[in-house]
Design a protein around this ligand. Structure first.
Ligand SMILES: [Zn+2]
Ligand SMILES: [Zn+2]
Length: 263
C-alpha cells in the first residue's frame, strides 16, 4: 500500500506532525508515503512564507532515516501556481532534490475556486475557466503528476449545483488528458472527494477510463490527508476499480524518476 498525497504541518491547513504521520503509516501497514506540502508564491495565499524547504528537508530526511526499516518516505511538494508563477514554480521544482512534484490548481483570477463560483454564480462558466487554467498550468509546468483533476466539482457540489454531465466539457478534458500523456505527467487518483459533498474521487471514474482509453498508463493514488487518521482513506473502494479499468499498478517516484509498481 502506498499514499502519494499527504500534508503535514508545513501546510497552513494541517497540524499533523511528521512523526505522527509516520506512526500512522506504520500502524496502517503502508509501505511507502510521499509527503506533499503546499508551497505558495502569492502573497495573498495563506501558505505564503509558511513552508521553509530547508527545514522541511531536514525533518523529513530525519524521518526517512528513523523509519527506514518500516516505511519508505518520499519527499515531495504540491505546487498550485504554475499558471500564475511559471518561472518561480519551475525553479522551485528544480532547485531542491524532490522525489515528487505535484501540480494542481486551487485558484482562479486571484481568488479561490469557491469565490470565483460565488462571484459569477455560473457553474458552466466556472468549470470552463477552471479547465482553461488547468491546461495553462500543464503547458508551462514541469511537474510529475496532475492532482485532483476535477477538483471544481467539490465546490459546485458544496454550493448546491447538480453534478453536470462531464461530456459538456469533453473537448477541454480530452485536451488536458492528451497533454499530460504527451508530457509524461502522471494522473493522480485523489480519494478525498469520496468524503466531500460530490462523493466521488478526483477525477471521476469516467475520466480515469478516458485517460486509459487515450493511452495513459501512469497513475498515482493519494488520500490528500491533512490528518494522519485519513491516510489511505477510500483506497479499498477505488483500487479494485482501477484494476478493472486495466492499470497494471501504481506509479512511484524517486528523485523524480517514475516506475510502475505492479499490483
Ligand atoms: Zn490540492
Ligand atoms: Zn493537497
Amino acid at each position: 500500500m502506498l499514499d502519494y498525497h499527504i500534508h503535514s504541518n508545513f501546510s497552513f491547513d494541517s497540524k499533523a506532525k511528521p512523526r505522527e504521520i509516520c506512526e500512522a503509516a506504520c500502524f496502517l501497514n503502508i509501505d511507502e508515503i510521499a509527503i506533499t506540502d503546499h508551497f505558495s508564491f502569492a502573497p495573498y495565499s495563506p501558505n505564503y512564507l509558511h513552508f521553509e524547504p530547508e527545514a522541511y528537508f531536514q525533518i523529513w530526511t530525519e524521518m526517512q532515516r528513523e523509519y527506514v526499516d518500516q516505511l519508505t518516505v518520499r519527499i515531495g511538494i504540491e505546487l498550485d501556481e504554475f499558471a500564475n508563477y511559471p518561472e518561480a514554480s519551475n525553479q522551485m521544482a528544480r532547485q531542491f532534490p524532490w522525489d515528487f512534484v505535484i501540480g494542481s490548481t486551487h485558484d482562479l483570477e486571484g481568488g479561490t475556486l469557491r469565490t470565483y463560483l460565488r462571484k459569477f454564480g455560473d457553474q458552466e462558466k466556472t468549470i470552463h475557466s477552471y479547465y482553461d487554467a488547468l491546461f495553462r498550468a500543464i503547458e508551462v509546468g514541469h511537474f510529475d503528476v496532475l492532482a485532483h483533476f476535477d477538483l471544481i466539482k467539490r465546490y459546485t457540489a458544496d454550493e448546491g449545483y447538480p453534478l453536470l454531465d462531464e461530456l459538456l466539457f469533453h473537448d477541454q478534458i480530452d485536451a488536458i488528458l492528451k497533454l499530460i500523456i504527451q508530457k509524461g505527467i502522471a494522473l493522480e487518483v485523489n480519494t478525498s472527494g469520496l468524503f466531500q459533498a460530490c462523493q466521488a474521487p478526483f477525477p471521476s471514474l469516467e475520466l480515469i477510463k478516458r485517460y486509459y482509453q487515450l493511452g495513459g498508463r501512469f497513475i498515482t493514488i493519494g488520500s490528500d490527508a491533512h490528518q494522519p487518521k485519513d491516510l489511505t482513506r477510500g483506497f479499498s473502494t477505488v483500487i479494485p476499480q482501477l484494476k478493472t479499468i486495466g492499470f497494471t499498478g501504481l506509479t512511484i517516484f524517486q528523485k523524480r524518476k517514475k516506475t510502475i509498481q505492479t499490483w
